[in-house]
Design a protein around this ligand. Structure first.
Ligand code: FAD
Length: 267
């Protein structure tokens, strides 16, 4: 197998430990992420790990890319600390407010600019948006096949990837010719531990920043104005659940529980 050049799409997402601070913007119908620390989308770490294992086996390069605000350069440096050879941040005010189609359009344009690739790795879905749409959309824009839910990947001679695609009660075995876009599930591997020292060293690493001027993109297809998705409404659901604690001897509590379930119409 010749060396394999991989591109890993990594999305910086709001730190889930601080989600209670996220707010909704009633005008743009988007999440207000300002002030919330960001972390690498957890599944994207599995995607990066898989690309690194393939590089360690066959040689080649691993490039991490992200479309995000400039503050995300730290996440890309983390990708370098984990093992990526280089990183590109695609960042421009004109990209803000992009829906999944406008996001994958720009990511695909950046991938074309990076040149020849064998594999593109993504997470199966992001922690915040979670649509899982970006992966097939990137593949469509690039005109290459894609396989989602990859739980095991083996590269065989002839430029073929043999992929176990997780389904509800087992897996599908799919053979696809590279170049190929893959999205992974967490069962695929255990991401390596990276010493804190390496992360702080990588904070000096160079991250290339590309704006809309660096990419061959049609300005009518980027950002909020280039996004065909119309978000009709965005709201926090009101939780109507209430808790009731029954206490006493087990027999009495069991009888009380059955009585309450009857009263509530559950039984
Ligand atoms: C009208 C509208 C406006 C929006 N405005 C904004 C906004 O201003 N700011 C904002 O942050 N989001 C915005 N979003 C959300 C944004 O469109 C999605 O977060 C983004 O397109 C990715 O979709 P997803 O999170 O569902 O990714 P998924 O499809 O669930 O992600 C799958 C995988 O794709 C890759 N991936 C996804 N997004 C990126 C990325 N940006 N860079 C690199 N890899 C990626 C990762 O590997 C990820 O694991 C907006 C959405 C809509 C509908």
């Amino acid at each position: 197998m010749p060396p394999v050049n991989s591109i890993v799409c990594v999305k910086p997402v709001p730190d889930p430990r601080r989600w209670s601070e996220l707010a909704l913007d009633p005008v743009t119908k988007t999440l207000r992420r300002e002030g919330i620390p960001i972390v690498l989308n957890p599944l994207d770490k599995h995607a990066l790990e898989e690309a690194l294992r393939i590089k360690e086996r066959f040689g080649g390069r691993v490039t991490a890319i992200s479309m995000a605000p400039l503050t995300a350069s730290e996440s890309l440096r983390e990708a370098i600390a984990i093992g990526a050879d280089d990183a590109v941040l695609i960042s421009d005010k004109s990209f803000a407010g992009a829906d999944t189609l406008a996001t994958s359009y720009v990511l695909a344009a950046a991938i074309k600019k990076l040149g020849k690739f064998d594999l593109i790795f993504c997470g199966n879905q992001s922690l915040d948006g979670g649509t899982g749409q970006v992966v097939p959309e990137i593949a469509e824009f690039l005109g290459v096949p894609h396989v989602t839910y990859a739980r095991k990947i083996a590269l065989v001679d002839g430029g073929i990837a043999r992929v176990e695609r997780a389904v509800e009660y087992g897996y599908m075995l799919i053979e696809a010719r590279m170049p190929l876009v893959l999205s992974v599930v967490k069962e695929i591997n255990v991401p390596r531990h990276v010493p804190l020292m390496r992360i702080s060293e990588a904070m000096q690493a160079e991250v290339r920043v590309w704006t809309s001027r660096d990419l061959d993109v049609d300005s009518s297809r980027i950002g909020l104005s280039g996004s065909p998705t119309q978000v009709a409404d965005l709201f926090l659901p009101v939780l109507k659940r209430r808790a009731e604690t029954l206490s006493g001897a087990p027999d009495a509590v069991s009888r009380l529980l059955i009585q309450r379930l009857h009263e509530l119409g559950v039984l």
